[in-house]
Design a protein around this ligand. Structure first.
Ligand SMILES: [Zn+2]
Length: 56
């Protein structure tokens, strides 16, 4: 049985402009939710906006 040490969790990358969840990714949550801000393409607005991590 393999035991994973690092806690990883699937999160959403949510657009900070229109709150649509455009991307799914997994991050390490061993030290709390990482505060990431990424420039991603928002399909809804058809431009690049800041996306933030949103845990389920
Ligand atoms: Zn958007």
């Amino acid at each position: 049985m393999a035991k994973k040490k690092s806690k990883r969790e699937h999160v959403w990358l949510e657009c900070s402009q229109c709150s649509s969840r455009n991307y799914r990714t997994s991050v390490s949550v061993a030290e709390g939710t990482p505060k990431l801000e990424l420039q991603k393409y928002c399909k809804k607005e058809r431009k690049r906006t800041v996306h933030k991590i949103r845990r389920k």
